[in-house]
Design a protein around this ligand. Structure first.
Ligand SMILES: Cc1cc2nc3c(=O)[nH]c(=O)nc-3n(C[C@H](O)[C@H](O)[C@H](O)COP(=O)(O)OP(=O)(O)OC[C@H]3O[C@@H](n4cnc5c(N)ncnc54)[C@H](O)[C@@H]3O)c2cc1C
Length: 432
């Protein structure tokens, strides 16, 4: 087992760091249990892709990058069992070779499977739930070092309460996922008038397998993404992928960001140019995971809240008005996604079909004010924050947003009576 002392942990966005006295990378489940048993205070990190302080620890930090193998693939029953440190991209590649695929994905695949599940990571598509819904069962090494297996049907209450767990219940060591036969996505991307799209939002959401919007502030247009599941042969050209997804979306976009940093007032025009001159309509077919995942984003700040789908239109119009009439100078897309209601206690989609609205900005300057303004609006519409992104609303507000919050609190204190997996983040919501 790899061990390092005084390990500097830094999350992806670089907005949080901590120094862990001990950093362990176990290679077996026995080693995981040993570390858990011998630690007084412990946290986990997958890929460190959360914007929140959820992973921080000055004590023991555990990482499962060396515990990342595929253990078993049951093609007939469309199931795969993996060690919890495997990254989504590794799983995508493995499944593709087997003629299989994850049913739905978020925008990137760098996360560990366990890390993504633990914060309620999601993609988009109103008939699809958050990624945790793809789990058949998982094994948890509890704070006392003992292992328990939790099955989504046989242990339904336990599963629903524990699958979105914020790393507060122990270490997920293995997971079995229900997967799909591999499929492609017919990607129809185009630019349309923001107001007109919002007028017919219900129809677009309900008639598209995977629907999302990117809105660049101060632009009257919005980028519309409509992905339809298909078995047709991929026809996307490598040249287009290199030119659009690597050269323009990554290199040229970063150049635009630099120009917008010279004078923040230029950002309105830059956003307009990006949407009207650079976003090209797409009509392509490609492997599912390649379409779900977006070109490599630049480091940026990010918050995202889940809202009842019923308030989507009103909220989006209000958000556009608020940003366009504010002093904020935003250089990054605002993302709008949709997921189906679920039964998971701490899922932001618990009990309601959901619209996700994300405020993103590739600038630390003015971020705190933008976050505060966004959250003011989010609270008016009973939004629930993404556990892995930035949020600053009072813990009491969050508790009120989750009908079964007390059940998670009860489970957590029963499983971890000595608060082994508690850091400041967990303490804010569950121990005070
Ligand atoms: C560029 C970028 C794009 C993103 N896109 C999306 C998106 O499209 N949709 C979305 O919903 N989110 C998205 N996110 C957020 C991201 O999916 C979540 O924050 C996710 O939790 C990060 O996974 P990770 O492996 O990096 O986990 P970390 O951030 O390292 O950890 C997250 C949590 O998981 C816990 N954890 C990790 N491993 C285990 C384990 N083995 N057992 C128990 N708990 C564990 C940790 O303790 C912590 O509580 C994005 C983030 C970035 C940086």
């Amino acid at each position: 087992m790899q061990h390092r002392s005084n390990f500097l942990f830094k999350n992806w966005a670089g907005n949080f760091t901590s120094v862990a006295a001990n950093y362990f990378q176990p290679e077996t489940e026995t080693e995981i249990a040993e570390v858990v048993r011998s630690s007084n205070k412990i946290r986990l990190t997958g890929t460190g892709h959360s914007w929140s302080d959820i992973c921080l620890s000055n004590h023991t930090l555990l990482n499962l990058d060396r515990y990342n193998k595929v253990l078993y693939c049951d093609k007939a029953n469309l199931q795969v069992t993996v060690q919890a440190g495997i990254k989504l991209w590794q799983l995508n590649e493995y499944l593709d070779k087997q003629g299989l695929a994850l049913k739905n994905l978020g925008s990137i695949a760098e996360q560990s499977v366990a890390g993504a599940i633990s914060t309620g990571t999601h993609g988009s598509g109103i008939n699809y739930q958050i990624l945790a819904s793809q789990i058949e069962q998982f094994a948890l090494i509890k704070p006392d070092g003992n292992r328990v297996t939790i099955h989504h049907k046989n242990d339904k209450n336990f599963f629903d309460t524990s699958v979105v767990n914020l790393g507060a219940l122990g270490v997920i060591s293995e997971l079995t996922l229900n997967v799909a036969p591999s499929f492609r996505l017919h990607d129809q991307t185009y630019v349309a008038d923001f107001d007109k799209v919002i007028d017919c939002l219900d129809e677009l959401v309900n008639t598209t397998d995977h629907f999302k919007l990117w809105w660049f502030p101060h632009v009257e247009k919005v980028v519309v993404y409509r992905y339809t599941r298909t078995q047709e042969t991929p026809n996307d050209s490598r040249l287009r992928q290199w030119l659009m997804d690597e050269f323009l979306s990554v290199n040229v976009y970063r150049l635009f960001l630099k120009i917008g940093n010279i004078n923040r007032n230029w950002r309105r025009n830059i956003n307009r140019a990006l949407v009207t001159k650079f976003v090209q309509p797409l009509n392509r077919i490609e492997k599912s995971y390649r379409v779900f995942n977006v070109p490599k984003p630049p480091v940026h700040r990010e918050t995202e809240y889940a809202f009842d789908l019923n308030v989507a239109k009103e909220l989006l119009r209000e958000y556009k008005r608020m940003i366009n009439t504010s002093e904020h100078r935003i250089n990054f897309l605002q993302e709008i996604r949709f997921t189906k209601a679920d039964d998971y206690t701490l899922s932001p989609c618990y009990g309601r079909n959901t619209m996700w609205l994300g405020a993103y900005n590739a600038d630390n300057y003015g971020w705190d004010k933008l976050l505060a303004d966004f959250e003011q609006l989010a609270m008016q519409y009973n939004g629930r924050p993404h556990w892995g992104k930035e949020f600053n609303v009072p813990p009491q507000y969050i508790k009120q947003q989750y009908p079964l919050f007390a059940e998670f609190e009860k489970l957590r204190s029963e499983i971890d009576p000595e608060d082994k997996f508690v850091n400041d983040y967990i303490n804010r919501f569950f121990c005070s």
